[in-house]
Design a protein around this ligand. Structure first.
Ligand SMILES: Nc1nc2c(c(=O)[nH]1)N[C@H]1C(S)=C(S)[C@@H](COP(=O)(O)O)O[C@H]1N2
Ligand SMILES: [Mo]
Length: 321
């Protein structure tokens, strides 16, 4: 088992990721240039140019659900992406999402709940308990990486909308705007990107709404300004740049299921015993590791069987893949 549940008090200062790795290099360089310009204008400013920029969030609560495995580099996490709204190549989102401006941002809440409406994201972040959660993202394509997310509990968020007894599922939708997301001018996928969870999956303690990584705001290519992270499911469930949440009585139609129903089901649980029709899911390649290193064994529910296996009791997971 790779998941070690630690009590917050058991975490030693030496285990806390050093600040230096929190640096977003691009921002650092921008700020250094900006700072030296400012310095030449105003000599009274402190020694800015030599100061490291602070990430947006520090001293985040460490989650007991984090994996203790080595995190991937900021570079790996931000240059190897799946975000078809910015192209289908792994490097495309990094290149094509630079102009995307995720502010201001609001989320529309609809369907089977009491508190429907349009919610401002910044207000939501202010009223939420942010924490760092280090989760392995396991892509259905057969690779994985470990990402230090910043986010808040999805369940805590959904409860604020007071879902009613007809709310059996939750549907999430990505922004649909061809002028801001050039990939949407193509027919790569059925736009907008839609994903969904059963309500009890959504109310489990593991899923988070991520608004950052490595202590800083979410880079555009990772789904700025807010994306879902469901650690026991394949990466495509973790929908990016969410603008709508809808509570439904019937199972949502998800983008990948519509695109290739024989290959991508609604559940999409990480499961070494259920192969993709075109490849095995028994192993995974860890991004950023040397090529000679053997692949890693895929874990049932990505290592979270203890927390989620009960959700699927009595279900044939080969049928409900
Ligand atoms: N809107 C949207 N969300 C998306 C995708 C996408 O193409 N569009 N790709 C998914 C897939 S297949 C994966 S593996 C993860 C990748 O997340 P990352 O790039 O932050 O690692 O995002 C998921 N969320
Ligand atoms: Mo994926």
């Amino acid at each position: 088992m790779s998941i070690i549940i630690k009590k917050p008090t058991a975490i030693q200062p030496s285990e806390i990721t050093p600040k230096s790795v929190y640096l977003n290099r691009r921002k650092f360089m921008q700020q250094t240039v900006a700072a030296s310009l400012l310095l030449s204008l105003d000599a009274a400013l402190p020694a800015w140019a030599n100061r490291s920029p602070e990430p947006r969030w520090s001293d985040l609560k460490k989650s007991p659900f984090s994996t203790d495995e080595t995190v991937n580099s900021h570079k790996d996490i931000t240059t190897y992406n799946n975000f078809y709204e910015f192209g289908s190549g792994k490097k495309d989102p990094h290149k094509n999402a630079t102009e995307f401006d995720p502010q201001p941002w609001s989320i529309v809440v609809e369907g089977e709940c009491e508190k429907k409406g349009t919610y401002d994201l910044e207000e939501f972040i202010k009223s939420s308990v942010l924490e760092e959660r280090i989760y392995r993202l396991r892509c259905v394509e057969g690779w994985s990486m470990v990402i230090p997310w910043v986010g808040f509990s999805l369940a805590d968020m959904l409860k604020k909308f007071e879902p009613n007894s007809k709310a059996k599922y939750v549907e999430f939708t990505t922004l649909y705007d061809k002028s801001r997301m050039p990939g949407q001018k193509t027919r790569l996928l059925h736009w907008p990107y839609v994903e969904g969870l059963r309500i009890d999956e959504a109310m489990n303690e593991l899923p988070i709404m991520a608004v950052g990584l490595y202590g800083d705001v979410l880079p555009n290519q990772n789904g700025a300004p807010i994306r879902l992270v469901v650690p026991w499911k394949y990466g495509f469930k973790s929908i990016k740049s969410i603008v709508k949440i809808r509570f439904t009585e019937t199972q949502p139609q998800t983008t990948w299921n519509r695109t290739a129903p024989k290959e991508y089901g609604f559940y999409s649980n990480v499961n070494p015993d259920v192969d993709h029709p075109r490849w095995s899911q028994k192993k995974e390649r860890v991004i950023g590791r040397p090529f000679w290193e053997p692949k890693r064994d895929t874990e049932l529910f990505n290592g979270y069987a203890e927390q989620v296996a009960h959700l699927y009791k009595g279900m044939d997971l080969k049928k409900y893949f």
